[in-house]
Design a protein around this ligand. Structure first.
Ligand code: NAP
Ligand code: MN
Length: 266
């Protein structure tokens, strides 16, 4: 039984228009509206996948169950449709739903000025700037895999595998697995530069490091779920799957691969 519900909506007219009905059906069921996720035992997020990402960042990646109502494009995280908005509180209160746990990506950048930490649900991207090439040494458990040259690397979780990772040719990953995928963005392969042209996949718990090479020491952009952070005096980034997770509410008959088929129009 839900006692306190947190409702978050995208700014769009379509998303905002669903919120009064949600609040009314919560009131009818004797459920209070919480001002932030900390005080709630369930959240409803109205918008696209990007809205869920924004809510998570705004509230420090809360671990309460989040039910998404999709008003965006793909809706990989958003389990319910806009048409279900007036029934959602009942559905959530009845139970019979399942919770999908997505471990977050946790990264720590070493700089001459200290450490900077990043969290993401989908992906962490390392690049030089908006347009320049970057040379990055990618290592796993202390062993160098490659000296990458190109636009950058996308390090994604299984949940993020259908986002940027997919656009750069990475594999779609079943969310029941736990792993990190490192996919290249425009890898260079010439007589002078040899980069892997495919991604690599590593298990959780391994020591993954992306470090700038030679004259590329210094500046980098670390992009966490689409949020761009310029990092000065960048020396390297350690990335791992976090023990922290996001809990997404799913229907009992949730079918990831069916969603892939439908959303990519296969
Ligand atoms: P955005 O620039 O507004 O849109 C990115 C698109 O990716 C939206 O259509 C979004 O869906 C969709 N998306 C987000 N997470 C997804 C997931 N896990 N699986 C499938 N599709 C997903 O940015 P945003 O909405 O804040 O999303 C941030 C994400 O954008 C980043 O984490 C990165 O993965 C992705 N991105 C992709 C590219 C690319 O494909 N070339 C480039 C940069 C960033 P909604 O419409 O439902 O929000
Ligand atoms: Mn978006």
């Amino acid at each position: 039984m839900i006692r306190k519900l947190f409702i978050y909506g995208a700014r769009s007219q379509k998303s905002q228009s669903l919120i009064p009905a949600l609040e009314a059906s919560a009131a009818d069921a004797g459920i209070k509206i919480a001002k932030n996720p900390e005080d709630a035992d369930m959240a409803v997020c109205v918008g696209g996948d990007g809205t869920l990402l924004r809510m998570l960042r705004e509230y420090g990646f809360p671990e309460l169950p989040i039910a998404g109502i999709n008003t965006g494009h793909l809706g990989f995280f958003q389990e319910f449709s806009a048409g279900e908005a007036d029934r959602i509180v009942g559905l959530l209160n009845e139970g019979g739903l399942s919770i999908q746990r997505h471990r977050l990506i946790e990264a720590s950048a070493r700089t001459s000025g200290g450490e900077r930490r990043f969290m993401a649900l989908n992906d962490i991207v390392v690049r030089r700037n908006a347009s320049g090439i970057v040379h990055l040494r990618l290592s796993v458990d202390g062993s160098t895999v490659e000296q990458f040259s190109g636009d950058g690397l996308v390090i994604s979780s299984p949940a993020g595998s259908t986002a940027y990772n997919y656009s750069v040719g990475g594999s779609i990953v079943d969310p029941r697995t736990e792993l990190l995928q490192i996919a290249p963005i425009a890898p260079m392969n010439t007589a002078s530069y040899r980069s892997l042209s495919s991604g690599i996949i590593v298990p959780p718990g391994c020591d993954l490091v992306v470090a700038p090479e030679g004259r590329y020491l210094g500046k980098a952009l670390i992009v966490a779920d689409g949020n761009t952070n310029p990092v000065e005096d960048f020396e390297g980034l350690s990335v791992r799957l976090s023990e922290k997770a996001v809990n997404v509410v799913r229907r009992a008959d949730y079918d990831f691969w069916g969603k892939v088929r439908d959303k990519f129009d296969l």
